[in-house]
Every structure is written in structure tokens, then in C-alpha cells.
Design a protein around this ligand. Structure first.
Ligand SMILES: [Zn+2]
Length: 342
């Protein structure tokens, strides 16, 4: 298996830094890549963390995973990338200050674009294209998220493509009790994800908690993120073993209601909990002045929905979603679902 200048022979674990781009001042955010080449033929799984630089719960899970992964015992290959966006990771930030861009939105990238465009280009060509399945870890960072599997909306749920059928299985196999998709238009276009799937890569995204104190209290999320990686390998028949999960059921939400942060910054106080049922006009959260306590904004839900929370702590940043609500699309039962994609 070759990725850039890195090469792993069957049974080997090889680590190195993938050269991507050089900024005008000579900064070079090379990407750390672990290759595990199996001794038997099989598919390739890509598992990556911190493409948003501050979201590192998955990164720790990946480091734990690679400690245990024995390439002589697997079918196929694993590419493990604990931190994709090193420029953002250095500062604990989502994007890259080199050019102000979010790498995750740029695939398939541009060979002659800015630094992030070039990183996206090299990563897409060298890494993503080799994968059959891509597991992409996100988390709330300073933002408080719940944990769920996120996946792209299907073109027509009554007429699934082979890739969409495969993705449905991966969503359930990962092992969480919740999953969500954003219906088309919820967050603007999705061209980066479309580019990835256009080269035949089935991808799932994970949101894995976050918020103040996650490092102290996040051991369960790190553990279950790693559990999910092993489950995906089982689903791909790269290793044997029983699936482990939160439980038999996985509730899938159609997450079509977004509460956007208003054009003021304040201390975010969420008033509703996961699973609360809201009616249009109900208040989801307050933004208050962090020094006087004055109410700056009430965040009302524009539509009915069940709370799939998100939010931010102080300081609130940017034009971002601050609440996500959905409706239950379906409930998958692991006892009667085929979890194998090969
Ligand atoms: Zn993210």
C-alpha cells in the first residue's frame, strides 16, 4: 500500500508525514499518516480525526486504536490519520488561519489553490481515493454536542444506491444509539461530501460530545469512539468478532431544523435537553451578557422538532448553528439488521 512517499508491505505498520503544501512563509502542515497493510486481501478503511482542528476526541480514540491494531491479523488495509488539520489543531481551532478556510469543505481540492485547497487536493488524491469506507470523527470541541452518527441525506430513500445501502449498514454497525442526517439545503451545499462519494467512498461522520470539561469527563466518548472503529472493521469483514453497541436500537433523526446564532455574542445558556419536544416559537436557549447578566437574545425554534442539542460556550463564535432539532425518521433494530457491508 502506498500513500504519497509512504509505503507499507503486507504485515507492516508504517508511519510518516504526508507532504501537502507550503505556505509563503514556509509553513508546511504535513499530515501524520499511519498505514497498516494486512497480510490478506480485503478492503481499505480510512479513519481520521481533527479535520476540524479543535475536535480531538476522535484523535485520542484513533491513537488508542492503533496501539492495538496488528496488521498481521487483518484482511485489507487501514489508513489512520489522528489529525488531518494540523494548522487548526495547533491553535485548537476548526479551520486554518493560514488562509481562513475549512479543509473539510474543500474536497476534491485544488492543485494550485491556497494552502488549504492544496492540502485538500493531496489528501483527496493520496488518501481518500484509496478508501472503501471513511470514518470521519468530529466533536463539539468547546461546543456542547451530543453523540451521534451523521450521514448524508439520500437522494431517494425508496430507491437507495448501493453506496447508500452500504452507508446505512455502517451507520448502524458503528454502535451508537443515535444517528442523524441533514435534509438537503439544511447547511448549504454538500459538494465536498459529494466529491468523496463520487469516487466510491462510503463515509460516515461522527459527532462525539464536547463542551467544557470534556477532557475530564469524556473517557466514555473516547472509549466508544474506538469501539466504533473496531465495529466498522467487523462490518467490512477485516476482523472477526461480535459487534458491541449502546443497545439494540438506533434512532435515526431527520435533523431538518437549525437554530442559528443571532448576530450578537453572549454567554450561551441552553434551556432544553436532548429529546425534549419543542413547538415552533418555543425558546431553546438564551444568550446573556457575560458581565451584567442582561438577556441579549432569545433563541426560538422556527419549527416543531425534537432537540438534538448543540450549543457554544463563551465566547460564542461566528455564524454557526447553535441548536439542531429533528424528527424521528426511523428506528433501526440491530437484532434484525444485516450489519455486514461485504
Ligand atoms: Zn467538526
Amino acid at each position: 500500500m502506498k500513500v504519497g512517499h509512504l509505503e507499507a508491505k503486507p504485515g507492516e505498520h508504517v508511519f510518516g508525514y504526508l507532504k501537502t503544501a507550503v505556505s509563503r512563509s514556509g509553513l508546511s502542515p504535513e499530515i501524520p499518516v499511519h498505514l497498516f497493510a494486512g497480510t490478506q486481501p480485503g478492503p481499505t478503511m480510512l479513519v481520521q480525526g481533527a479535520i476540524h482542528g479543535g475536535e480531538i476526541i476522535g484523535s485520542i480514540a484513533i491513537l488508542n486504536f492503533i496501539q492495538k491494531l496488528d496488521p498481521t491479523q487483518i484482511k485489507g488495509n487501514v489508513i489512520a490519520v489522528p489529525v488531518v488539520n494540523r494548522a487548526g489543531f495547533e491553535l485548537g481551532e476548526r479551520g486554518s488561519r493560514i488562509d481562513g478556510k475549512d479543509v473539510s469543505r474543500l474536497f476534491p481540492g485544488k492543485k494550485n489553490g491556497s494552502v488549504s485547497d492544496q492540502i485538500a487536493y493531496v489528501y483527496f488524491e493520496e488518501v481518500i481515493r484509496q478508501a472503501n469506507v471513511m470514518v470521519d470523527f468530529h466533536a463539539g470541541a468547546r461546543t456542547a454536542y451530543e453523540r451521534y452518527v451523521l450521514f448524508s441525506a439520500e437522494d431517494d430513500p425508496n430507491k437507495l444506491t448501493d453506496l447508500e445501502k452500504m452507508r446505512r449498514k455502517l451507520v448502524v454497525a458503528f454502535g451508537l444509539d443515535q444517528a442523524a442526517f441533514f435534509p438537503p439545503g439544511t447547511f448549504g451545499n454538500n459538494s465536498a461530501k459529494e466529491a468523496i462519494e463520487s469516487v466510491g467512498v462510503a463515509q460516515i461522520t461522527l459527532e462525539f460530545g464536547g463542551g467544557t470539561g470534556w477532557f475530564k469527563n469524556g473517557a466514555d466518548n473516547v472509549r466508544d469512539a474506538e469501539r466504533g472503529i473496531w465495529n466498522i472493521m467487523k462490518s467490512m469483514r477485516m476482523i472477526d468478532g461480535a459487534f458491541e453497541s449502546d443497545g439494540d436500537l438506533c434512532t435515526v433523526y431527520n435533523a431538518g431544523v437549525v437554530i442559528w446564532k443571532p448576530d450578537v455574542d453572549g454567554l450561551f445558556v441552553r434551556l432544553k435537553a436532548f429529546g425534549d419536544v419543542l413547538k415552533a416559537g418555543d425558546v431553546y436557549a438564551h444568550l446573556i451578557d457575560p458581565y451584567t447578566g442582561e438577556l441579549l437574545a432569545e433563541m426560538k425554534t422556527p419549527k416543531d422538532g425534537i432537540v438534538i442539542p448543540s450549543g457554544q460556550e463563551w465566547p460564542t463564535v461566528g455564524a454557526t448553528s447553535i441548536g439542531i432539532l429533528g424528527s424521528i425518521d426511523r428506528v433501526e433494530d440491530r437484532r434484525v439488521t444485516d450489519l455486514y457491508v461485504y
